[in-house]
Ligand binder design. Sequence first.
Ligand SMILES: Cc1cc2nc3c(=O)[nH]c(=O)nc-3n(C[C@H](O)[C@H](O)[C@H](O)COP(=O)(O)OP(=O)(O)OC[C@H]3O[C@@H](n4cnc5c(N)ncnc54)[C@H](O)[C@@H]3O)c2cc1C
Length: 340
Amino acid sequence: MDNFDVIVVGGGPAGSASAGALVRAGRRVVVLDREEFPRLKLCAGWVTPGVFKALGIEPEEYPRGLHAFDHLVVHVGGLTFRLPTRQYSVRRLEFDDFLLQRSQAAIIRHEVREIVQRDETYIIDDAYSARYLVGAGGTRCPVYRTLFRHNLQRDSRTQIAALELEFPCLWRDPRCHLWFFERCLPGYSWYVPKSNGMLNIGIGAMAEHLKQKGQHLHAHWEQLIARLCREGLLDSEPGPPSGYSYYLRASGNSARLGNALLVGDAVGVASRDLGEGIGPAIRSGLSAAESILTASPYRPHQGSGLSFDEILHNRLLRLLGRAAFRMLGITGREISLEGR
Ligand SMILES: Cc1cc2nc3c(=O)[nH]c(=O)nc-3n(C[C@H](O)[C@H](O)[C@H](O)COP(=O)(O)OP(=O)(O)OC[C@H]3O[C@@H](n4cnc5c(N)ncnc54)[C@H](O)[C@@H]3O)c2cc1C
């Protein structure tokens, strides 16, 4: 049996962040992931400046493909808003591989199936043991399933269902578009151009609301594709999308039991307004490492829990104010929300 100080299950942003901080503090860490990296991960790959800040690097230092936006194009109820803000898109295939390599932890491809706790030690599949265990395996994390399921109930009201597709495309519009509440969708759809001629399109919505309204995400997908073709953002129908679900941040989650900690999607940390999960996953991973290293309380939820807060500040209020224009019949043109 191979013994480590810490076993991290899952090499996504949450696991890599935890592993990197622990390695830097001199701990022997192994990351077990069932996938060989670089691996595909369903995600629009939108990252905020806060993500780079948490990683301690400047965006320009990121060595893989990065596409920058100096504003977002937001469509709500027939109006189009231009929201100045610096944001980025990455390919998760590249981003997660970069983070995992950068952690300098031992990386082993291994699908975790059985977790046993014996005295002060966690034993994985009779092959790996450690005093600390970090569950970073995403929504279906085996650490959650084995150790936390009965103490940490997931709230179905915070579940997001998503469909998306990333594919090579000579996109004509380099801007990020977001459509909110189209056809009563309890969520939004996106068009996110990426570097090196890649495009990501998708839809995310509150799963329970969809069900209550008798709506199907695939029907919204068809409408999104029709809209993108109509508006000249796509030339032809792309292939079929893939689906995934994850949980937004819920209050009161106890994400540490003994020396086992849950981070990222395994606990549910994504922002409540836009479902931004990468930054919160990284911050929860860093907090878990800090808790292991200093015996301080583990705080998986950092900040306000909102992305719009960070991106738009009082511009959102202006947006809502401008929505009143619609009632005056001023529609169909792009309104800029420049300034403070
Ligand atoms: C369609 C979609 C679009 C999104 N768009 C954005 C966006 O644009 N911006 C944003 O900030 N967030 C977005 N999110 C959310 C974001 O992708 C997640 O919140 C984020 O990936 C969470 O990171 P994580 O490290 O917790 O988990 P993950 O990135 O899911 O990593 C979990 C890892 O655990 C491994 N694993 C799982 N089970 C096992 C096992 N049994 N044994 C070993 N390894 C295992 C997996 O292989 C995986 O590598 C989106 C999510 C979806 C579904």
